[in-house]
Design a protein around this ligand. Structure first.
Ligand code: BLA
Length: 507
């Protein structure tokens, strides 16, 4: 994308959001070079910091009349920068009657000083530490990922007062789902909604891994441009709190009636696992200290999610072992294998995360689940052309061409051939994702949109998501595939034993 070309729906993944060249107006930025000289500033700085005259380029930090504590912090930051990066630190300062949170960090050889206006009397830092502590204690008590996220959105809503707080979780294909929500009663529920990967483009995800919190205080804001040396490279604002955000995203939120937003990354093993996303229907800013409390909480949340996910996977494999035992009993001790396996069908489905199961054995076919007869026939027929013991299909295009329509909405299939001699197959089936997820919003509330049209609305997002997953079931997850292979291995052994017993009986 040419730097001057406008951002559109088609090129928004190329928008360099870390160098917007402007900030949000609820504060001002000063930038210093390695000799503590002023190299750049936001054009609102003179007014906000009450300077008698506009600043002179390359003015020394001592000549600007800044608070002594701030100057000291800038010098300390410069020192730290000599070893690379200098993470943010904050001090409170007052200019005239205005309170500021002054946040200083070093990046790529520059010291960036952000004066963020504080509108409300914030509680003392000690109160925040206490609130964060309480929230974290609650989080640590949760026994499942679902309960953990439900608790997290409640805590964040209590601490920040946002109208809506959601846990937004990314799936294998980078699409997202709202998996927990705390909201004002009068708002539409968003729980369960799906969004395409493109709603949070790749460069934004990358940025959100390294900088885990962002806030837009007022969607109606007018960006404040930066000033400084003509032709200088634009300031890298990756770690700035005042960074002006993508106009596309602002339009998206405004279309939803959102006037302020904040989101916090949930990063696990260096990957963006999800976000806590907050909306407010009126402009709203949350003081830096509260944001940091939320950020700490999100880190504890990430660690807890990781350990609970490990535990949940272990529980799943343990339950699968029990299912295996019962399946073995049917194979070894029941005369009618198809009937025996069908008796375990609900457990097998559960264990594989399938919606239905077809059992084939010696020409007999038994179905567990709401699968129409013609679909069963198609699934059975499609096994004829397979000569492996594990068949994995997640999409319509994975089926033999002639049967792609006949499989209906049951496009996901995991076929396990447990007894080749008896043409014995277990066919676990999954429905198309769109069959399982339906639009839950009220259409009349979703019609407002801005210049870029209806794509940037929840409804537009849902339609886009549908497009990307049409004819696809949820892919079989690595844990489920492992469980399937373990089940199959034991079934092979049992089948061999069974054939040997039959041979002996016949001899
Ligand atoms: C950023 N998109 C974001 C962010 C969220 C979402 C949470 C982080 C910024 C923030 O905290 O507000 C997406 N927000 C959602 C979703 C929900 C929500 C899905 O509340 C669901 C309830 N966005 C689009 C499209 C494009 C796009 C179509 O929908 C591009 C074509 C771009 N989204 C976009 C960009 C950013 C973004 C560029 C980065 C904003 C920034 O940090 O500058």
């Amino acid at each position: 994308r040419n730097a001057d070309a406008p951002v559109t729906l088609d090129n928004c993944a190329d928008e360099p959001i870390h160098i917007p060249g402007s900030i949000q107006p609820h504060g001002a930025i000063l930038v210093f070079g390695s000799a503590a000289q002023l190299v750049s500033w936001s054009v609102n700085a003179p007014a906000l910091l009450q300077w008698p005259a506009p600043p002179v380029l390359l003015a020394a930090v001592d000549e600007l009349g800044l608070d002594a504590a701030v100057v000291e912090k800038i010098r300390a930051c410069l020192q730290e920068l000599e070893d690379g990066e200098a993470p943010a630190s904050m001090l409170e300062t007052m200019i005239g009657a205005q309170d500021f949170d002054c946040i200083v960090h070093g990046h790529e050889g520059l010291v960036i000083v952000e004066y963020e206006c504080r509108e409300r009397e914030a509680d003392s830092v000690a109160t925040f530490a206490l609130k964060a502590h309480t929230a974290i204690e609650r989080l640590k008590r949760q026994k499942s990922v679902a309960a953990l996220l439900a608790s997290a959105v409640d805590q964040v809503r209590q601490i920040t007062g946002f109208d809506r707080v959601m846990a937004y979780r990314f799936r294998q294909d980078d699409s997202g789902e709202v998996v927990a929500e705390a909201r004002l009663d009068t708002l539409d529920p968003y729980l369960g909604r799906r969004y395409p990967a493109s709603d949070i483009p790749a460069q934004a995800r990358r940025l959100y891994v390294i900088n885990t919190l962002r806030m837009i205080g007022d969607m109606g804001y007018t960006p404040v441009p930066m000033a400084g040396r003509a032709g200088a490279a634009p300031l890298d604002m990756s770690y700035c709190v005042l960074r002006s955000v993508s106009p596309i995203h602002v339009e998206y939120l405004r279309n939803m009636g959102v006037q302020a937003s904040m989101s916090i990354s949930i990063v696990i093993s260096g990957k963006l696992w999800g976000m806590i996303a907050c909306h407010h229907m009126a402009p709203r800013r949350v003081p830096y200290a509260i944001r940091m409390a939320c950020d700490v909480m999100a880190q504890v949340l990430a660690a807890s999610v990781q350990s609970l996910e490990t535990r949940e996977r272990a529980a799943l494999t343990e339950r699968a072992a029990e299912v295996r035992t019962r399946v073995m009993q049917s194979l070894l001790h029941v005369d009618d294998v198809a009937a025996g396996l069908t008796a375990c069908a609900a457990e097998i489905c559960n264990s594989l995360g399938a919606g239905a199961l077809v059992v084939m054995h010696g020409g007999r076919v038994v179905v567990h689940g709401p699968v129409p007869a013609d679909v069963v026939a198609a699934a059975v027929a499609s096994m004829q052309s397979e000569d492996t013991d594990v068949v994995e299909r997640s999409a319509r295009r994975d089926w033999p061409a002639a049967l792609q329509q006949d499989c209906g909405k049951w496009v996901g299939l995991l076929g396990l051939r447990y007894d080749a001699a008896a043409n014995g197959w277990l066919l676990a089936l999954r429905e198309e994702q769109v069959e399982l997820v339906r639009w839950g919003g009220k259409p009349d509330k979703e019609i407002a949109h801005g210049p870029l049209g209806p794509r940037l609305t929840p409804r537009g997002s849902f339609a886009e998501w549908r497009e990307t997953v049409v004819d696809q079931a949820e892919p079989w997850e690595p844990t489920r595939l492992l469980i399937a292979r373990q089940l199959l291995a034991e079934m092979h052994r049992a089948s061999i034993t069974r054939h040997e017993q039959n041979d002996r009986a016949r001899a």
